[in-house]
Design a protein. Structure first.
Length: 188
């Protein structure tokens, strides 16, 4: 009965411009976070300040915002540590890799979408830069990249369309973090 009511309501919202405007159109059933493959971009994607991809470039372009990004992030890490210290709370940094750093299919997609050459990218650079800033701030770092690279089927870790963890990805991350916290003495 409930499903029938939802179907009728969704049909009414889809058919009526007024109901669609007032209550929003029903969710398109073709939009899903289920595992699948996102298509390769038809046109070359462009880097912007918030793109992960600029962090993997061997030679990062010299622009003001890109020049200050990592040092500013390091300053924020230091401020987080200082604030936590006043409360006697430990802080650890968890590096969650981009899928393209450990999954060949996603790596190929990034290279194709941005038209990168192999010699233009350094897939480990983001972790090195983050490790440097965490060390400067006096914070321990757990980098999941080696663990994720060691998993035989990388597709089990993330949903391919929206790059969120699968249940397995969450479980693996939680186990790694729990072990890191326990071995590091961060749990009292």
């Amino acid at each position: 009965m409930r499903q029938a009511a939802h179907a009728i309501w969704d049909a009414a919202r889809a058919d009526s411009l007024v109901l669609g405007k007032l209550f929003g159109e029903p969710i398109n059933p073709s939009v899903s976070t289920a595992p699948g493959a996102a298509p390769v971009a038809v046109q070359q994607e462009q880097l912007n300040l918030t793109s992960f991809e600029w962090t993997i470039l061997s030679d990062i372009p010299r622009t003001y915002w890109l020049d200050v990004a990592w040092p500013l992030f390091g300053r924020y890490l230091g401020e987080i540590r200082a604030t936590a210290d006043t409360a006697g709370a430990p802080v650890v940094v968890l590096a969650i890799p981009d899928m393209s750093q450990f999954d060949e299919e996603m790596r190929s997609r990034v290279v194709a979408n941005f038209r990168f050459r192999d010699d233009e990218v350094d897939w480990d650079r983001p972790q090195r830069d983050l490790a440097f800033e965490a060390q400067q701030a006096g914070l321990p770092l757990l980098d999941l990249l080696p663990l994720f690279r060691a998993i035989p089927d990388h597709a089990d870790l993330y949903l391919r369309i929206d790059t969120h963890f699968t249940a397995f990805g969450h479980q693996l991350t939680a186990q790694a973090l729990a072990t890191f916290l326990e071995k590091g003495g961060y749990l009292s």
